[in-house]
Ligand binder design. Structure first.
Ligand SMILES: [Zn+2]
Length: 54
């Protein structure tokens, strides 16, 4: 299975769900970089949030 990664504008490489911060409040959950709060594109976040370091 291919692992999705997302390189944030702050330079952080997001690989696992713990690298994301969930933003509540809308109908659809949105995801942000844990380090800087920049929104992560939904399609990428959907993949990353299913990934664990193990
Ligand atoms: Zn960031």
């Amino acid at each position: 299975m291919t692992r999705a990664t997302h390189t944030c504008t702050c330079g952080a490489v997001l690989r696992f769900k713990q690298d994301l911060e969930k933003e509540r409040g809308g109908i659809v959950a949105s995801w942000k970089c844990k380090d800087c709060g920049t929104p992560v594109p939904g399609m990428v976040a959907e993949k990353i949030k299913h990934q664990n370091p193990s």
